[in-house]
Design a protein around this ligand. Structure first.
Ligand SMILES: [Zn+2]
Length: 87
């Protein structure tokens, strides 16, 4: 497998995961990030805001709130698979 597949990286500009197809950061990547940055939430926040800045220009359909929720807001919640929206 290539690094791209094993590492659950973002497929840009639509920011879906190349490996599992979820909205990126996907569940697997979030778990890995939490593990990688455990004890260093400030550094994790810096990294996530960097991605948010990059995604802002490439995902114009998302509101600022949606961008924040997706890239930064998950860090203080348990990482679980996102349920499909019912609307
Ligand atoms: Zn993934």
């Amino acid at each position: 497998m290539s690094d791209a597949v094993t590492n659950h990286v973002a497929l840009r500009p639509n920011w879906s995961c190349v490996s599992c197809g979820q909205e990126w950061p996907c569940t697997v990547r979030k778990r890995r990030l939490k593990y990688l940055y455990q004890g260093n939430p400030a550094e994790l926040g810096n990294q996530l805001r960097l991605w948010l800045e990059q995604a802002r220009g490439e995902l114009p359909a998302l509101t600022e709130q949606e961008l924040t929720d997706r890239f930064v807001g998950w860090t203080d919640r348990p990482v679980t698979r996102r349920e499909p929206e019912l609307s």
